[in-house]
Structure formats: C-alpha cells, structure tokens
Ligand binder design. Sequence first.
Ligand code: QAP
Ligand code: CO
Length: 168
Amino acid sequence: MALREIITVPNPLLKQVSAPVERVDDDLRALMDDMLETMYDAPGIGLAAIQIGVAKRVIVMDLAREGEEKQPRFFVNPEILWASDDTAPYEEGCLSVPEFYDEVERPANVKLRYLNYQGETVEEDAEGLYAVCIQHEMDHLNGVLFIDHLSRLKREQAVKKVKKARAA
Ligand code: QAP
Ligand code: CO
C-alpha cells in the first residue's frame, strides 16, 4: 500500500470524466487499497480515484465515527438507479477543496448499483450521510465538484481560498 498525493482545485484533472473499469482484479484492488490509505491519512470519509489523478470510476468511503470500528466501502462503476424527489441540505467539504465548506442540496435517498471489492454486483438503498457521500463522490466521476453546485461567486471564493493557502 502507498500514500498518493491528493490533487486540489483548480487542477483541470478534477473536471475529467472518469472511464468505467473493465474488471475488478488485483491491480484495481491495489489502487483501492492506496485510495483507502490516502483517505484515512487525510483524514476524510470519501475519495474518488480522480482525486489522486486516476480517471477510473472507483470510490472508497468509510463513514465510521472516530473510535468506532473501521467500515471501509469500495464502489466500482457505481450507478444511481433511483433518486428521491425530496431533498436534504448538508454542509459538504472535499479533500480537493481543503478548508472550504458549504451547504449543498441533494436527493435525500438514492438506490444504487455497483461492484464491490470482490467484483460482485451489489444493489443498495442509501440515506443520510451515506446518500450525501455517494452522490458527492459520484459527481467526481463525472468531473463535478460540490462547489459546482454553488453560485459562481462562492465557487470562485473557494478556489481563491485554496490557491491562497497553497501559496502561503
Ligand atoms: C465528501 O469529504 C463528503 O476541507 C468527503 O480540510 C463531505 O472526506 C461527503 C476534508 C461531506 C459527505 C459530506 C475536507 C478533510 C474531508 C477538508 C471529505 C479538510 C480536511 C472531506
Ligand atoms: Co470530494
């Protein structure tokens, strides 16, 4: 396992649409292991492969709270099969937009399908933080950041803040 560098805005890679994975093999599992280690190190609760510069449709997540047993989850080629009409706001952040947080409104419940670490097809309902996180991470697979859901002014403020912190 290895730590990878997390890229931040305005790196143009973050706008790239990631490609579907052809098969879940040991090479892909090695990538997922690196992603999980990188996410835990940050620390964060979700990470998409493009955030370490790899344009594949792969996500890792762990929503366990501090002190709880780890609950790593792996998503390959995830799809949203259904999204509720009712929405809920959540104060989001992103490892690629460090130190910036704002509220985003998304469907409160989604039904999803994906391949897991073993390459098995899984269908699942998500609600609460799980629903927020999977939608946030799936946006990354399509080159969309949570700040793209905000006003242009707020988005520009976010990028400015990250650039400034980086220069300091
Ligand atoms: C996406 O985000 C997410 O700015 C995952 O300085 C966020 O792990 C899903 C982080 C909210 C659902 C709700 C952000 C760490 C981590 C920062 C993260 C930072 C350090 C963000
Ligand atoms: Co993110």
